[in-house]
Write a protein that binds this ligand. Sequence first.
Ligand SMILES: [Zn+2]
Length: 394
Amino acid sequence: MGYRKFSAPQIFTGSELREALVLITDADGRVEALVDRQEAGDDVQYWDGILTPGFVNAHCHLELSHMKDVIPAGSGMIDFLLGVMGQRAVQEELVLQAIEAAETAMRQQGIVAVGDICNTAFTLPQKQAGRLYYQNFIEATGFLDATAAARFAAAETVYHQFRAAAPAVTNRWGANSSIVPHAPYSVSPTLFGLIAISQPHGLLTLHNQESEAEEQFMQTGQGGFNRLYETLGLDIAFYQPQGKTSLQTTLPRFLPNQTVLLVHNITTSEADLQFLEEGRQAGSLPEVHFCLCPNANLYIGNGLPDVHLLLQHGVNLVIGTDSLASNHALDMAAEINTLRQHFPQIPLQTLLQWGTLNGAIALGIEDRFGSFEPGKQPGVVIVSEDLSVARRVG
Ligand SMILES: [Zn+2]
């Protein structure tokens, strides 16, 4: 079998940046070894920039790809949500075309695996081509308790479509689809309960603390979210805020043996992280990974999370692009670049690890993706040193 040999001024292994190395893979991209240049022999392909394992995009909504440029940047959280709900329905053909184009762009720009939110089965035909690995997070919403059973049943229908289509695809949890709650302000405690007990050992995700408005609504019941429910015609007179932060209200609704990918985390505080640490020690809270989507946060106008605080607490950090409704591209190098510009003290190799190995661990696929360890098939990507261009090369 033929081998391929790759080299560049720097190679990111999955956890560190190294120099003067050569990556050797088989013809299918399975890693054979990382060796010193002197030992690599002939036929080495040299690239400019940094060679890295393929990126893991931990949070995306591929089915919203037709919404690029529909909602203007800077709308704020409430008008963004109203815009998505009001304008997502278009001709199915356009939705499917946009899904294919967005996946192609993700692949070309070095993404190999995706944690993808699904409200529908529109992405299923594209995913069945198997060009990327997907964790399908089938999302349920419903803030009125009375709708919980129907909303859960609707999510289950979509879930079974995905399960039937990909019975052999597995990860650490034995299945690459799960039913998940949308956000603290859009899922009733009853619906949360139905979701949680249906998968007591599952991998789940939640849009967490995405805006100040969410934090205000969860703590006090005040603020912009009231305009959202009013516009939607929902009477939320029943709602009793618990006087706790959004994270502290919602995280206990998950089960201790679950793993939860919390996405956005704009208002996550020191007190929230202490709450998590204490709950983990007491065995009452799930394992948590924190996903950053900086370009979407800036697009909507929510600001950025306190990444230094998250780093100080040693939590597991991963990166996602969110959707083309709230981003200019599904481009992991662009997300890493934004983090580098706003948090220049964080070493590049740390940021790259969030975008590769940490994402693979969070999705339970680190046996195949995320680093150049022998036996893995992580994809080979070249990134320019200024992070402006990323391209899959193997
Ligand atoms: Zn999202």
